[in-house]
Design a protein around this ligand. Structure first.
Ligand SMILES: Nc1ncnc2c1ncn2[C@@H]1O[C@H](COP(=O)(O)OP(=O)(O)OP(=O)(O)O)[C@@H](O)[C@H]1O
Ligand SMILES: [Mg+2]
Length: 316
């Protein structure tokens, strides 16, 4: 088991009223802020300050009674509307937040035990929602090297990993560029490259495609597909249903609770609940649903673009 949450409830300390403008009010280990922890090298990954503009009601749980397992080698999609708790849940998976109630373990290690933090973050790397806050290096290749350097790897290994990660993220040509010259989408790719360079068994990505154009989105999903085929455990957060057909399993969060959990193909048969869950059915999914209901056409099990194109081309 990669991660296990047992009856986890999380309440942000102070809620909206307790927030420091532009900073973190979430629970951080050892009393250090996320940035301090990052500088001190206590983190093996890069952590942003809180990016959420959301304001929670003080004392209102961001997560309530979450029981969830992330299994080895699976690609899990975490879905939900704004404020449903996706980022809060993701931060539990690498011990950036720890449960107010309940337990969270990563490879059997409790996230509440500070002695486990380094090992947990060496096992689970994260791509956070706002790439702007995740960039710490002044030059692209330095930034991608941040995680492996914190892991204490030899420099030859770091170079190899950085090159591989930047190539995969389509940023190798820009490796000598100052990070401030990157576009928003390129910064997002750099955040992904940084996580890839850590080569952890589990990768958690919080809306990694939000700032990418359709081509960039497609390329990133292809990278994730090949990592998944290579055996990596992936948790990807999104509210775009068109991004999950290649995932194995999906979890839908509504107001901090699990509203639905199951295999991805069966999620697509639940389309009448999408609106209730705050999810939009993209045109491809709506077409798939209508054709399934009305024609004898043999349609793919999940509405992928290539599967749908094939099915429609077979139509006489
Ligand atoms: N630092 C914070 N302090 C207080 N409350 C917060 C903080 N961050 C998030 N919240 C609140 O916790 C709840 C869950 O927020 P979270 O960011 O996990 O949602 P999300 O599903 O990731 O949303 P989005 O799709 O907008 O990224 C919301 O009610 C939000 O207002
Ligand atoms: Mg979020």
């Amino acid at each position: 088991m990669v991660c296990e949450l047992r009856d986890v409830t999380y309440v942000y300390p102070g809620g909206a009223s307790g927030r420091v403008p532009g900073g973190a009010s979430g629970q951080v280990h050892g009393g250090a802020s996320e940035k301090e922890s990052q500088k001190s090298g206590a983190f093996s990954g890069k952590e942003p300050p809180e990016s959420s503009e959301a304001a929670s009601r003080p004392g209102h749980p961001a997560l309530s009674g979450i029981t969830l397992q992330v299994r080895e080698g699976e690609w899990l999609a975490l879905l939900g509307s704004n404020g449903s708790g996706k980022s809060t849940l993701a931060k539990h998976l690498n011990a950036l937040l720890t449960p107010t109630q309940g337990d969270c373990t990563v490879f059997g290690m409790s996230t509440k035990d500070p002695r486990n933090i380094f090992s947990i973050r060496s096992a689970v790397s994260m791509v956070f929602q706002n790439p702007e806050n995740q960039i710490v290096g002044t030059v692209v290749e330095e930034d991608a090297a941040f995680g492996p350097e914190n892991q204490g790897l030899p420099s030859s290994e770091i170079e190899l990993r950085v090159e591989r990660a930047l190539r995969a993220a389509g940023l190798f040509e820009k490796r000598k560029k100052p990070t401030y010259t990157l576009s928003g989408g390129e910064k997002q790719r750099l955040a992904v490259a940084g996580a890839l360079a850590m080569d952890t068994p589990c990768l958690v990505l919080d809306e990694p495609t939000a700032m990418l154009d359709p081509q960039g989105r497609h390329e990133l999903l292809e990278i994730l597909r090949s990592l998944h085929e290579g055996g990596k455990t992936i948790v990807s957060i999104t509210h775009r249903l068109e991004e999950i057909p290649y995932c194995d399993r999906a979890v839908v969060l509504v107001e901090g609770r699990i509203a639905w959990e199951g295999a991805v193909p069966s999620l697509f048969t639940q389309s009448e609940s999408f609106r209730k869950w705050g999810l939009d059915a993209p045109p491809l999914v709506s077409l798939w649903k209508e054709l399934r209901a009305e024609t004898p056409l043999s349609l793919p099990e999940v509405p992928t673009l290539s599967g749908m194109t094939d099915a429609l081309c077979r139509l006489q």
